[in-house]
Design a protein around this ligand. Sequence first.
Ligand code: ATP
Length: 295
Amino acid sequence: MNKPKIAVIGSSSMDLVVTSNRRPLAGETVLGESFETVPGGKGANQAVAAARLGADVYMIGRVGDDPYGTEILENLKREGVHTDHVEPVTHSKSGTAHIILAEGDNSIVVVKGANDYVTPDYVNQARARLAECDLVLIQQEIPEETVIETARLCKELDVPLLLNPAPAREIPEAVIEQVSYLTPNEHEAAQLFEGETLSAILKRFPNKLFITEGKAGVRFFNNQEEVVVPSFPVEAVDTTGAGDTFNAAFATAIAEGKLLFESLRFANQAAALSVTAFGAQGGMPTRAEVEKELN
Ligand code: ATP
């Protein structure tokens, strides 16, 4: 089988993770327990997940001209993601997420850095690449204008677009019309379509709006009724990256021509496996691991 070609337009960053017994109060200094740097960002996470699942992945993103940028690029290359469209931004830092894990909860400060330079013009520079892809996958950790322009461009090029609207923000109705697949989780769906009931919005976008519901699976409207494709029961260790794995797997399956229900089952299985290990990219399964469970 030919590998499906997927372009992932999105963020990449370095997560700087501190664990501490206690969260410092304003103006206070505490001693932490450990420190780790882990490559992340929804774009890069989804690119890595899709590559592990057997897609030929082209990342379209930006890093800073700092050592984190080099590490982010090396990580993508190690995972087999094509990085010819990941250009370092001069005089900008890479995107970073500053995470404190303390008292059983996390506090996060995200600095967008070079991800702000994933502009509409930058995406248009990769137009020829997008035109030869089976599907384009995009999230919202990059400027809003870029998402809007990508939706327009994919329509023009007749390439299906999967928009994972995370983190949530308002999306113009015209953009929703242009995308092929929209995959909010329950909280994002509630924010996106404020004032409407879940059933009403699902009905408005049959076979386009897929609301992920954690361990329950994914809900959508098909053939005049609301349906849920259930997830697979697993011992959840760390759900970070479940959404990223789900989106990458759904994109890969659709891009290679699997039917809708089969694609959602594949995505649920991949995402279920991802929650059985620590970390976002740490838990992302390979194609063989997903197929072993499905067979
Ligand atoms: P996250 O932000 O934790 O990465 P999310 O909030 O974007 O995830 P969810 O709806 O929680 O998205 O999960 C996405 C998909 O992952 C679900 O549709 C399901 O397939 C799978 N999943 C999530 N949690 C579990 C779980 N505990 N057991 C099995 N599958 C799960």
